[in-house]
Design a protein around this ligand. Structure first.
Ligand code: SF4
Length: 231
Protein backbone atom coordinates (compact mmCIF):
# COMPACT_ATOMS: atom_id res chain seq x y z
CA UNK A 1 0.00 0.00 0.00
CA UNK A 2 1.50 3.40 -0.97
CA UNK A 3 2.87 5.68 1.74
CA UNK A 4 0.26 8.18 2.92
CA UNK A 5 -2.70 6.03 1.87
CA UNK A 6 -5.89 7.25 3.59
CA UNK A 7 -8.71 5.84 1.47
CA UNK A 8 -10.64 2.58 1.41
CA UNK A 9 -8.87 -0.69 0.62
CA UNK A 10 -7.42 -0.16 -2.83
CA UNK A 11 -7.47 -3.15 -5.13
CA UNK A 12 -7.25 -1.58 -8.58
CA UNK A 13 -4.91 -3.44 -10.89
CA UNK A 14 -3.59 -1.01 -13.48
CA UNK A 15 -3.59 -3.31 -16.48
CA UNK A 16 -4.57 -2.25 -20.02
CA UNK A 17 -8.34 -2.91 -19.70
CA UNK A 18 -8.44 -0.78 -16.53
CA UNK A 19 -6.44 2.01 -18.20
CA UNK A 20 -8.83 1.93 -21.20
CA UNK A 21 -11.79 2.07 -18.83
CA UNK A 22 -10.21 5.04 -17.02
CA UNK A 23 -9.58 6.89 -20.28
CA UNK A 24 -13.14 6.25 -21.48
CA UNK A 25 -14.54 7.67 -18.23
CA UNK A 26 -12.24 10.72 -18.46
CA UNK A 27 -13.38 11.29 -22.06
CA UNK A 28 -17.02 11.20 -20.98
CA UNK A 29 -16.28 13.61 -18.15
CA UNK A 30 -14.49 16.01 -20.51
CA UNK A 31 -17.61 16.28 -22.64
CA UNK A 32 -19.30 18.05 -19.72
CA UNK A 33 -16.53 20.64 -19.35
CA UNK A 34 -15.17 23.73 -21.06
CA UNK A 35 -12.40 22.98 -23.58
CA UNK A 36 -8.95 23.84 -22.19
CA UNK A 37 -7.11 26.79 -23.70
CA UNK A 38 -4.24 24.83 -25.22
CA UNK A 39 -6.60 22.44 -26.98
CA UNK A 40 -8.62 25.43 -28.17
CA UNK A 41 -5.44 26.94 -29.63
CA UNK A 42 -4.55 23.62 -31.28
CA UNK A 43 -8.00 23.22 -32.84
CA UNK A 44 -8.13 26.82 -34.03
CA UNK A 45 -4.62 27.06 -35.46
CA UNK A 46 -3.15 23.54 -36.00
CA UNK A 47 0.13 25.39 -35.51
CA UNK A 48 3.04 24.16 -33.35
CA UNK A 49 4.23 27.78 -33.06
CA UNK A 50 0.92 28.97 -31.61
CA UNK A 51 0.88 26.01 -29.21
CA UNK A 52 4.45 26.73 -28.10
CA UNK A 53 3.66 30.42 -27.46
CA UNK A 54 0.41 29.66 -25.62
CA UNK A 55 2.15 27.01 -23.53
CA UNK A 56 4.89 29.47 -22.45
CA UNK A 57 2.20 32.02 -21.52
CA UNK A 58 0.23 29.35 -19.61
CA UNK A 59 2.94 28.56 -17.05
CA UNK A 60 1.72 29.61 -13.58
CA UNK A 61 -1.27 31.31 -15.20
CA UNK A 62 -5.00 30.56 -15.07
CA UNK A 63 -6.53 29.05 -18.19
CA UNK A 64 -8.86 31.99 -18.88
CA UNK A 65 -5.99 34.49 -18.57
CA UNK A 66 -3.88 32.37 -20.93
CA UNK A 67 -6.68 32.33 -23.51
CA UNK A 68 -7.10 36.11 -23.52
CA UNK A 69 -3.38 36.88 -23.34
CA UNK A 70 -2.60 34.49 -26.21
CA UNK A 71 -5.36 35.95 -28.37
CA UNK A 72 -4.09 39.51 -27.81
CA UNK A 73 -0.54 38.49 -28.70
CA UNK A 74 -1.58 36.53 -31.81
CA UNK A 75 -3.47 39.61 -33.01
CA UNK A 76 -0.15 41.47 -32.97
CA UNK A 77 2.08 38.66 -34.24
CA UNK A 78 1.27 35.16 -35.40
CA UNK A 79 4.60 34.06 -36.88
CA UNK A 80 8.11 33.76 -35.41
CA UNK A 81 9.30 36.57 -37.72
CA UNK A 82 6.58 38.95 -36.57
CA UNK A 83 6.99 38.11 -32.88
CA UNK A 84 10.78 38.53 -33.05
CA UNK A 85 10.21 42.06 -34.42
CA UNK A 86 8.08 43.18 -31.46
CA UNK A 87 9.81 44.83 -28.51
CA UNK A 88 9.56 43.19 -25.10
CA UNK A 89 7.38 45.95 -23.62
CA UNK A 90 4.77 45.44 -26.35
CA UNK A 91 4.74 41.67 -25.79
CA UNK A 92 4.54 42.14 -22.00
CA UNK A 93 1.63 44.55 -22.37
CA UNK A 94 -0.20 42.07 -24.63
CA UNK A 95 0.18 39.09 -22.30
CA UNK A 96 -0.41 40.97 -19.00
CA UNK A 97 -1.68 39.77 -16.45
CA UNK A 98 -0.15 36.33 -17.20
CA UNK A 99 2.25 35.32 -14.44
CA UNK A 100 5.84 36.55 -14.93
CA UNK A 101 4.75 38.49 -18.01
CA UNK A 102 8.03 40.45 -18.29
CA UNK A 103 10.15 37.28 -18.18
CA UNK A 104 7.84 35.52 -20.63
CA UNK A 105 7.94 38.52 -22.98
CA UNK A 106 11.74 38.30 -23.10
CA UNK A 107 11.63 34.51 -23.58
CA UNK A 108 9.00 34.66 -26.33
CA UNK A 109 11.04 37.20 -28.27
CA UNK A 110 14.21 35.12 -27.84
CA UNK A 111 12.42 31.90 -28.81
CA UNK A 112 11.05 33.54 -31.97
CA UNK A 113 14.48 34.88 -32.95
CA UNK A 114 16.04 31.42 -32.43
CA UNK A 115 13.33 29.76 -34.53
CA UNK A 116 13.96 32.27 -37.34
CA UNK A 117 17.78 32.09 -37.14
CA UNK A 118 18.34 28.39 -36.42
CA UNK A 119 15.25 26.44 -37.40
CA UNK A 120 14.01 27.99 -40.63
CA UNK A 121 11.15 29.61 -38.65
CA UNK A 122 9.82 26.17 -37.68
CA UNK A 123 9.25 24.65 -34.25
CA UNK A 124 11.72 21.77 -33.70
CA UNK A 125 10.35 18.24 -33.67
CA UNK A 126 12.79 16.85 -31.12
CA UNK A 127 13.14 17.23 -27.38
CA UNK A 128 16.78 18.37 -27.39
CA UNK A 129 16.17 21.40 -29.61
CA UNK A 130 12.94 22.28 -27.80
CA UNK A 131 14.63 22.11 -24.38
CA UNK A 132 17.35 24.46 -25.66
CA UNK A 133 14.76 27.24 -26.13
CA UNK A 134 14.54 29.84 -23.31
CA UNK A 135 11.79 29.07 -20.79
CA UNK A 136 11.03 25.66 -22.30
CA UNK A 137 11.13 22.73 -19.85
CA UNK A 138 10.02 19.12 -20.21
CA UNK A 139 6.37 20.00 -19.71
CA UNK A 140 6.27 22.50 -22.57
CA UNK A 141 8.54 20.42 -24.80
CA UNK A 142 6.35 17.33 -24.42
CA UNK A 143 3.15 19.27 -25.00
CA UNK A 144 4.53 20.78 -28.20
CA UNK A 145 5.77 17.39 -29.39
CA UNK A 146 2.40 15.82 -28.58
CA UNK A 147 -0.35 18.20 -29.60
CA UNK A 148 1.87 20.30 -31.88
CA UNK A 149 3.62 17.58 -33.87
CA UNK A 150 1.61 14.47 -33.00
CA UNK A 151 4.74 12.75 -31.68
CA UNK A 152 3.89 10.57 -28.63
CA UNK A 153 5.04 12.29 -25.43
CA UNK A 154 3.51 12.65 -21.95
CA UNK A 155 3.21 16.21 -20.72
CA UNK A 156 3.30 16.07 -16.92
CA UNK A 157 1.97 19.23 -15.34
CA UNK A 158 0.63 19.65 -11.82
CA UNK A 159 -2.61 17.73 -12.58
CA UNK A 160 -0.89 14.84 -14.41
CA UNK A 161 1.51 14.51 -11.48
CA UNK A 162 -1.11 14.78 -8.73
CA UNK A 163 -4.01 12.65 -9.97
CA UNK A 164 -2.19 9.38 -10.84
CA UNK A 165 -0.42 9.62 -7.46
CA UNK A 166 -3.72 10.13 -5.65
CA UNK A 167 -5.31 7.26 -7.49
CA UNK A 168 -2.42 4.94 -6.66
CA UNK A 169 -1.45 4.41 -10.30
CA UNK A 170 2.06 5.68 -9.55
CA UNK A 171 3.98 6.56 -6.42
CA UNK A 172 6.37 9.36 -7.35
CA UNK A 173 7.60 12.62 -5.87
CA UNK A 174 8.76 14.47 -8.99
CA UNK A 175 7.08 15.12 -12.36
CA UNK A 176 10.02 13.54 -14.23
CA UNK A 177 9.46 10.32 -12.27
CA UNK A 178 5.74 10.46 -13.03
CA UNK A 179 6.50 10.86 -16.73
CA UNK A 180 8.71 7.75 -16.70
CA UNK A 181 6.21 5.72 -14.65
CA UNK A 182 3.30 6.69 -16.92
CA UNK A 183 5.34 5.82 -20.02
CA UNK A 184 5.53 2.26 -18.68
CA UNK A 185 1.89 2.13 -17.57
CA UNK A 186 0.04 3.82 -20.43
CA UNK A 187 -0.36 2.47 -23.99
CA UNK A 188 1.44 4.80 -26.42
CA UNK A 189 -1.78 6.04 -28.03
CA UNK A 190 -2.81 7.50 -24.66
CA UNK A 191 0.41 9.51 -24.12
CA UNK A 192 -0.77 12.62 -26.00
CA UNK A 193 -4.43 12.79 -24.86
CA UNK A 194 -3.79 12.00 -21.18
CA UNK A 195 -2.62 15.56 -20.46
CA UNK A 196 -5.81 17.27 -21.57
CA UNK A 197 -7.98 14.57 -19.97
CA UNK A 198 -6.32 14.93 -16.57
CA UNK A 199 -6.04 18.74 -16.75
CA UNK A 200 -9.78 18.96 -17.39
CA UNK A 201 -10.47 16.44 -14.62
CA UNK A 202 -8.13 18.26 -12.22
CA UNK A 203 -9.65 21.67 -12.91
CA UNK A 204 -13.22 20.47 -12.48
CA UNK A 205 -13.30 17.44 -10.13
CA UNK A 206 -10.06 16.30 -8.56
CA UNK A 207 -9.01 19.72 -7.28
CA UNK A 208 -5.62 20.14 -5.60
CA UNK A 209 -7.34 21.01 -2.31
CA UNK A 210 -10.56 19.24 -1.29
CA UNK A 211 -11.31 17.11 -4.37
CA UNK A 212 -14.97 16.28 -5.12
CA UNK A 213 -14.71 12.59 -4.20
CA UNK A 214 -18.41 12.16 -3.32
CA UNK A 215 -19.44 12.69 -6.97
CA UNK A 216 -16.33 11.30 -8.65
CA UNK A 217 -16.77 9.01 -11.69
CA UNK A 218 -13.43 7.36 -10.83
CA UNK A 219 -14.30 6.69 -7.19
CA UNK A 220 -14.15 2.87 -7.46
CA UNK A 221 -10.69 3.01 -9.09
CA UNK A 222 -9.13 5.53 -6.72
CA UNK A 223 -7.05 4.89 -3.61
CA UNK A 224 -7.27 8.55 -2.50
CA UNK A 225 -3.62 8.46 -1.52
CA UNK A 226 -2.79 11.47 0.65
CA UNK A 227 -6.30 12.98 0.41
CA UNK A 228 -6.92 14.49 3.85
CA UNK A 229 -9.99 16.54 3.00
CA UNK A 230 -12.60 16.02 0.29
CA UNK A 231 -16.12 17.05 -0.66
S1 SF4 B 1 -11.87 13.27 -6.86
FE1 SF4 B 1 -11.35 11.93 -5.15
S2 SF4 B 1 -12.05 9.86 -5.78
FE2 SF4 B 1 -11.93 11.15 -7.62
S3 SF4 B 1 -9.87 10.80 -8.47
FE3 SF4 B 1 -9.73 12.62 -7.16
S4 SF4 B 1 -9.09 11.82 -5.15
FE4 SF4 B 1 -9.86 10.09 -6.34
Amino acid sequence: MPLGYHGPIMNTIWNEPTIRDLVARLELFRETCRVTTLVEVERATRSPFHILVACVISLRTKDEVTAEASARLFDLASTPEALAQLDEATIAKAIFPAGFYNTKARQLRQISAILVDQHDSKVPQNETDLLALPGVGRKTANLVLGIGHNIPAICVDTHVHRIPNRMGMVSTSKPEQTEKALMVLLPTDVWIPINDLLVTFGQNQCHPVSPRCSTCPLDDLCGRVGVERSR
